[in-house]
Design a protein around this ligand. Structure first.
Ligand code: FES
Length: 159
């Protein structure tokens, strides 16, 4: 079961939620990054009235997703990694790509396909103007986990 990230006012258990900031500040900034629970670098995005949260470093090679453009592909909102332009859905962390069924066909017909969930997304809640993230700690490995180490944290601080 994939965990989705969505904006909602909720009275869910906040003991596992981590304060990110005031919603008005996040709306103004559009996106913020934060080290959550001392162990996970998370990007929180506000886009078209919705909040989303995901691991900040791209699953492909550790690119800084906080600098990515947000665009819609095949009706799905994605953040486009600034490094190699991978497209990652904001809500699910799925990686989308364009496939070609028949490379000899003219004109070439392309289709959007999913590589599956590659970027770990987290749950965002808003309570009385405060925004919290609940880390998605599902045991299943997700590719972006690889970049959540001190080594990459230090590297991105230098960047
Ligand atoms: Fe993100 Fe390569 S690091 S697309």
């Amino acid at each position: 079961i994939s965990q989705t990230s969505s904006a909602s006012s909720s009275s869910s258990n906040l003991s596992t939620s981590h304060f990110i900031g005031k919603k008005e500040d996040i709306v103004k900034a559009g996106r913020v990054t934060k080290l959550v629970n001392g162990c996970r670098d998370v990007l929180v995005v506000h886009h078209q009235g919705q909040l989303y949260a995901m691991d900040v470093r791209c699953y492909h090679s550790g690119g800084a997703l906080q600098y990515g453009d947000i665009e819609e592909f095949n009706g799905r909102l994605c953040i486009v990694c600034p490094w190699h332009k991978y497209k990652i859905t904001l809500a699910e962390g799925e990686s989308l790509y364009q496939a070609v069924d028949d490379p000899t066909a003219k004109p070439l017909r392309t289709y959007w396909r999913s590589k599956g969930v590659k970027q770990r997304v987290h749950k965002v809640t808003e309570v009385n103007g405060d925004v919290y993230v609940m880390l998605n700690d599902s045991g299943e490995a997700i590719e972006s986990d690889v970049y959540q180490t001190e080594k990459y944290r230090r590297a991105s601080l230098k960047a």
